[in-house]
Ligand binder design. Structure first.
Ligand code: AMP
Ligand code: MG
Length: 492
């Protein structure tokens, strides 16, 4: 058993101004907290070797494996609408890329391994809470089939990091299709570095969207593809009640993967205005505003590409505007497609969207639990089923019975067998989400009680989210009033 990883370092072969070469800091006494053996297998990595002392040294940043060329990536970004010309990996280091057995090229990144040239006033470290939170939520998202960065491992550093209070430090090993963000393009565009923008666009096309190299206008095609990927991604977020919380342009990946799980959260009661992040005082990144913000971020991406699109500024702008306006259609197609599927409707017919929005109004009025509403609806496909439990989710709303009647009639019109519809619904409506109060409880048990069992149980449950196991029934429940978490914190 030995830890040998065939790293490639394509990003480090880009010009030196794209990154800084760094050495992760040495953790005083690294200890493995979590290892994602399934993901290790998908990457073609030896899980046993990763769990060995040598492996943990690598996962903590203490040892640089042969072939890795650690770098911190340069990027800029709009944070809450304000442009910051130099952000960059201030507490993350890209070890290198791994080519998985299925041919995918994936970044292995350490998050929390110490200061880099981009750390500004930060310590480059991560506390164990945010590391375990990202691990849990990213793996839950992957279990829903939503594009996301993955979590390979979490390692305790044995060090104390200072936040609102002293906390144990940790390092997350993150796996991504690429860490290039909208903000990476902005970094070069802001410096009028057209060559940098072009090289980055070429890099992204070759790595993420190789089919576009053959397109008539590859850069326009790239923009169009990223618009579509983001539209689809946000539709999927909404379909599970996910609130990203910090949709800054530096947190939007060009790959279309969800990235940077900070103060993210899932809706309990349905409320499109729901804001959970404590740092989002204006509600910029509320649940229901996410499509609009994605489009705003994409406009910033389009601006960066202008010089590549045409020598004529007006026609370049025209190309961006046209493709950006395609966002609404892409989003609505993905959004209604997904939500109608959640209702058990396979092919859209006139009136279906109104059926859905009718349910949303009832949910909002009744403060119905988002996840349970869709999950329990599958039980009611059978017209003989008892509706009482479902009605109680809405606090017994009188408008619900007529809605249920219309919905059932609609399902009948499709001609599919009720059992088939219910099975399809249960395969996309999760029973379990990482509910904020459960996540907080699990992290508190580790940090204050040195007890990892609560977390491990929750991780098990959220990564098998479509199964309904009696022993996990408590994890499917919305918070009682006294359990409700009012805000989530970035905790960086
Ligand atoms: P995030 O909130 O994770 O999207 O990070 C925003 C920016 O702040 C990025 O440039 C990070 O690298 C940087 N940053 C966040 N936390 C730290 C930290 N503890 N030390 C240094 N830089 C940090
Ligand atoms: Mg970030």
């Amino acid at each position: 058993m030995s830890l040998s990883i065939a790293f490639d370092n394509s990003y480090a072969r880009l010009p030196a101004r794209f990154y800084e070469r760094v050495r992760p800091e040495v953790a005083p006494s690294p200890g493995l907290l979590l290892l994602n053996t399934t993901l290790a297998g998908e990457l073609g990595l030896d899980a046993e070797a990763l769990a060995s002392a040598e492996g943990v040294a690598m996962l903590s940043g203490a040892a640089i494996p042969a072939g890795a060329e650690p770098i911190a990536l340069a990027y800029a970004g709009h944070q809450f609408g304000h442009f910051v010309p130099a952000l960059g990996d201030g507490r993350a280091v890209l070890l290198g890329e791994v080519i998985a057995p299925d041919g995918r090229r994936l970044d292995l990144q350490l998050k929390g391994s110490g200061r880099t040239a981009f750390s500004r006033r930060g310590d480059g470290k991560a506390a164990v809470g945010p590391v375990l939170r990202e691990y849990l939520v990213s793996e839950a998202m992957a279990a829903y089939g939503i594009p996301t960065t993955r979590s390979l491992a979490a390692v305790a550093t044995g060090e104390t990091v200072l936040r609102e209070r002293p906390l144990p430090g940790a390092v997350l090993t993150r796996v991504a299709a690429s860490h290039v963000r909208v903000g990476t393009f902005q970094y070069f565009a802001h410096r009028s570095d057209e060559d940098g923008v072009r090289r980055l666009a070429d890099y992204v096309i070759e790595r993420l969207y190789p089919d576009l190299a053959e397109a008539d206008a590859p850069y326009a095609a790239l923009f169009e593809r990223v618009v579509r990927r983001q539209a689809q991604l946000v539709a999927l977020w909404l379909s599970v009640g996910f609130v990203h919380g910090v949709m800054n342009t530096d947190n939007m990946a060009i790959s279309g993967e969800t990235i940077d799980y900070g103060p993210c959260a899932f809706l309990d009661a349905y409320d499109p205005g729901m804001v959970l992040s404590s740092i989002d005082r204006q509600g910029r990144y509320a649940y229901g505003r996410q499509p609009q913000i994605a489009q705003w971020n994409l406009a910033r991406f389009g601006e960066c590409l202008l010089p590549l699109l045409s020598d004529d500024r007006d026609s370049a702008v025209q190309m961006v505007v046209e493709r950006l306006s395609g966002f609404a259609h892409e989003f609505e197609t993905a959004y209604f497609g997904r939500f109608l599927e959640k209702l058990g409707i396979a092919d859209e017919r006139p009136g279906d969207r109104e059926l859905l929005t009718g349910l949303f109004s009832l949910m909002q009025m009744g403060r119905a639990d988002f996840t349970l509403t869709f999950r329990r609806l599958a039980d009611l496909v059978d017209p003989k089923a008892d509706t009482e439990a479902f009605l109680s989710l809405f606090g017994g709303n009188a408008g619900l019975e007529p809605w249920l009647r219309t919905w059932r009639e609609r399902l009948t019109a499709d001609g599919r067998a009720p059992a088939e519809i219910a099975t399809a619904m249960r395969a996309i409506n999760p029973a379990i989400i990482p509910r904020n109060h459960q996540v907080e409880k699990a992290l508190d048990a580790i940090i204050d009680g040195n007890d990892g069992a609560v977390y491990l149980r929750l991780l098990q449950a959220v990564t098998r989210p479509f199964e309904e196991r009696p022993e996990d029934a408590d994890l499917a429940l919305p918070p009682r009033p006294e359990e409700r978490v009012a805000a989530t914190f970035c905790g960086t």
